[in-house]
Write a protein that binds this ligand. Sequence first.
Ligand code: HEC
Length: 175
Amino acid sequence: MTKVGNHGFLAQLGLLAFSLLLMTLVGCEINSNDTKIQYMPDMADGPTVKAQEDYLDPPEFSVPVNGILYPKTVEQSEKLLKNPFPASDKVVAEGKEMYNTFCIPCHGPKGKGNNALGGKYPTPPDLTLPMYKNRADGFYFHRITFGSAIMPGYGHAISPHERWMLIHYMRSLQN
Ligand code: HEC
């Protein structure tokens, strides 16, 4: 029966520590002009954004996961887009809330353009006129999203769902 005494164990530990030290020192001896060994080349070689550099542009025609595709022009919008929500008292009431939040300052409480800006900003047209009543919902959707000649767009502030409800409320002003 062999007996491993305390001394034998310490000697083994010492040897291990010594070889580790030796390996470390040898590691430092590697000529710095040599090509380094890459541990995970994929990570090191991937495209990275350097200081003062921009992120890579997304490929042409790519759309963000939560992006929305809109028709390009107001004419296309008018032809292609249909209001997906049927009108109801609740929908019109929600639309009114939107109108009174975003549109009332310029278009006035009834859409007739009589606002409280005292002519300091170009007075918008009367949206209850037949020429506006005859426009399809898609026309309004495009105008609310992107604005008009000088009117600002509200696509950033009013969700598509809310835009359609707002249009129902505008219809109620036109009738
Ligand atoms: C900062 C003032 C302002 C606000 C706020 C505003 N509008 Fe306008 N809007 C105008 C002006 C001015 C015009 C007329 C000039 C133009 O077409 O740019 C106009 C025109 C329009 C037209 C007619 C566009 C055309 O092609 O004839 C529609 C429809 C319209 N606005 C809807 C809205 C709706 C809906 C809102 C609320 C989401 C709104 N506007 C908010 C100022 C505003």
